[in-house]
Design a protein around this ligand. Structure first.
Ligand SMILES: [Zn+2]
Length: 81
């Protein structure tokens, strides 16, 4: 049988988010709603890639993401949740 006690655990939560491309930044409230105007990317490159086994993490605002996608030769598929 185990007995349990209350403990306080400290964890890090994002307090702001900044677009890596344009530098636009916003604070993130407890409900995180503002974070929805940004997309977070984590890309892992495998062995043999020109970015051999690197991992990139960055955040992009919706405006910059829209401009980036407009440079695509083929538009991305769009789905509604
Ligand atoms: Zn941006």
């Amino acid at each position: 049988m185990k007995e349990y006690k209350d403990v306080t655990i400290t964890k890090k939560v994002a307090s702001s988010i900044t677009c890596n491309k344009c530098g636009k930044s916003t604070n993130i409230s407890d409900d995180g709603w503002e974070q929805g105007r940004f997309q977070s990317f984590s890309l892992s490159f495998g062995y043999g890639s020109i970015y051999d086994e690197e991992t990139w993490k960055f955040d992009i605002c919706e405006s910059c993401l829209g401009e980036f996608v407009k440079t695509f030769k083929h538009a991305p598929d769009v789905y509604n949740i």
